[in-house]
Design a protein around this ligand. Structure first.
Ligand code: ASP
Length: 343
């Protein structure tokens, strides 16, 4: 695209985004329209506006010469511990049977990875996923086995269901309707689109390049609220919710995990970057696979991809408006960027 046409397109997108940007700015966040940008290392990026606080924790590791793997683990532990966050970690909404079940995965620059899925009673699934990677010959442990492994390794059982989560679940039981809400982390945006609907989902996916330029990623969620017991989304699945390749870069996803799994989304984004796509164009192409294969479903749901390449260029693309991502580097610690979108 010519630079003039590109500028016009960027301006149009920026104008369309102004409503959402204003509300985010009112929260005291720095918000800029979406654009590709090269950065020096280290750098960390992550999904949604709760990524800002997560990035700050990751930055403490990166800015003192720490490894990307430690940074992403420390970073995503922040929303995992945030009781007000009802889509990640403790405080996450339960499944339809009232169990809070958590999914997470982590991947490092050497291609090592670990994951847990459907794990109950442990508030930091990302740290269990890291131990699966480092202490077992396996990649993923699920359910009871994941819990047993966590307990054997010193994690303590806790009740993850908060009074708010229980209240929301009991409210949901009255009608038992199952419909995901687009962008629930931005509550006013979600309410506007689907009034009265409180069902929700969202994930923190984080990608970091450390001072040496090595990449790691982490992804953690409580998944779709009121999901079927035993349902596993994309977030703990290497290649779907997260993928990093130290030759190319990394990608992570958020949104309705079933569509991400069907397209092996994050692996696809990384492979497209390997072929020369920019991070944003690779994310867009992955979104377009969903649109092309399932146009009727794609209109109703949110899926967003976030990617970074080895040069530190980053970008994102989502099905729907409202997807944001946070960027933190030596220049700015609390940058929030509005992701471009198809619909
Ligand atoms: N991807 C998550 C899942 O499907 C939810 C989300 O990110 O919105 O479990």
């Amino acid at each position: 695209m010519s630079s003039r046409r590109n500028f016009i397109k960027q301006s149009f997108i920026a104008a369309a985004a102004i409503g959402t940007l204003n509300s985010l700015e009112a929260k005291g966040l720095t918000v800029v329209p979406s654009k590709g940008k090269a950065n020096k290392f280290p750098i960390v990026i992550s999904t949604w506006d709760f990524g800002i606080a997560a990035n700050k924790a990751a930055w403490e590791v990166l800015s003192t010469g720490g490894k990307a793997l430690d940074a992403v683990e420390q970073g995503v532990r922040v929303p995992e511990a945030d009781l007000k966050n009802m889509t990640v970690g403790k405080g996450g909404y339960p499944d339809r049977d009232g169990h809070v079940t958590l999914d997470a995965c982590i991947m490092d620059a050497d291609g090592n990875c670990g994951a847990v899925a459907g794990m109950e009673k442990i508030g930091h699934p990302i740290s269990v996923a890291r131990l699966v990677m480092e202490k077992t010959p396996h990649v993923m442990l699920v359910g009871e086995g994941a819990l047993q492994f966590a307990l054997e390794n010193g994690f303590e059982e806790e009740n993850l269901l908060t009074p708010e989560g229980e209240k929301a679940w009991k409210e949901w039981l009255k009608e038992k309707k199952y419909k995901p809400v687009v962008n629930i982390e931005n509550k006013s945006f979600a309410a506007e689109r689907l009034p009265g609907n409180q069902y929700n989902h969202d994930t923190i996916g984080m990608l970091a390049l450390d001072a040496k330029g090595n990449i790691s990623g982490a992804c953690t969620t409580s998944g779709m609220a009121f999901k079927m017991h035993g349902r596993v989304g994309d977030s703990p699945i290497i290649g779907a919710g997260l993928y990093v390749d130290n030759e190319v870069g990394g990608a992570t996803s958020t949104g309705v995990g079933e569509e991400v799994i069907r397209n092996v989304g994050s692996f696809l984004v990384v492979e497209l970057m390997r072929q020369g796509y920019s991070p944003e164009d690779a994310c867009k192409e992955a979104v377009m696979r969903i649109v092309k294969k399932k146009p009727a479903i794609a209109k109703e749901i949110q899926v967003g991809f976030l990617a970074i390449n080895k040069k530190g260029e980053y970008g994102a693309f989502a099905l729907q408006e409202g997807f944001s991502y946070a960027v933190c580097d030596s220049k700015q610690q609390d940058l929030l960027i509005k992701g471009k979108h198809y619909y």
